[in-house]
Design a protein around this ligand. Structure first.
Ligand code: ZN
Length: 200
């Protein structure tokens, strides 16, 4: 059986960049997980539909992009509950959750368990928000050990807080490079939950 790697994209969906990532995935018949900002999801229901139609997965990222460690528990609860309501409006009941900046607290973990969500971090960070070129990012991933089965790779299909770039073109280019490598090494790019879209 082929081993899987998870390509994950945070902070979208974005009308310009998400379709380009989806097109790159489609060219290789690959799937991924998009950890969305819930307001962007309801502003772009067509993009959510496209992600799911492509067999990729929509996970929850946040409503407000604030570290849970910097918020009272009630604010973390409210963010998740509002986010799930918003995602429900676009037909998504997520199974996967990535907290803003990947920062999890006891409150995050308790909430995840009570809402039947699995928390996801990553083991390979592309730092794509910094604005490096795709080949440079690939080299940095090689320095972290390169691609192996079970890897969870962090990328962004939209500009989030702290982004030092004007767009996500290099993430699209990196996606194409990673998909080529995966194909050559018998790795299957999939979403974190087993790659199927989850419709409510
Ligand atoms: Zn983010």
């Amino acid at each position: 059986m082929k081993e899987t790697i998870a390509l994950t994209y945070d902070d979208g969906p974005d009308p310009l960049w998400t379709p380009r990532i989806l097109a790159a995935l489609a060219r290789r018949g690959a799937r991924a997980t998009f950890f969305v900002q819930a307001r962007r999801a309801i502003e772009n229901p067509d993009l959510i539909e496209s992600i799911l139609a492509a067999g990729s997965e929509v996970g929850f990222h946040c409503v407000d992009h604030v570290r849970h460690s910097e918020r009272p528990r009630e604010a973390v609860v409210a963010d998740l509950e509002t986010g799930l309501e918003l995602l429900d409006e676009v037909g998504v009941r997520p199974r996967a959750w990535r907290a803003p900046w990947g920062v999890e607290t006891d409150a995050t973990r308790a909430l995840a368990s009570s809402h039947d969500l699995r928390l996801w971090g990553w083991n390979l960070d592309t730092h794509d928000w910094r604005g490096d070129g795709a080949r440079r990012m690939l080299k940095a991933l090689d320095a972290q050990g390169g691609l192996r089965g079970g890897d969870v790779i962090l990328m962004h299909d939209a500009l989030g807080p702290g982004a030092r770039r004007g767009g996500c073109a290099e993430t699209v280019a990196l996606t194409e490079l990673l998909l080529g490598i995966a194909e050559g090494s018998a790795l299957t790019p999939a979403g974190v939950s087993g790659c199927e879209g989850v419709l409510a």
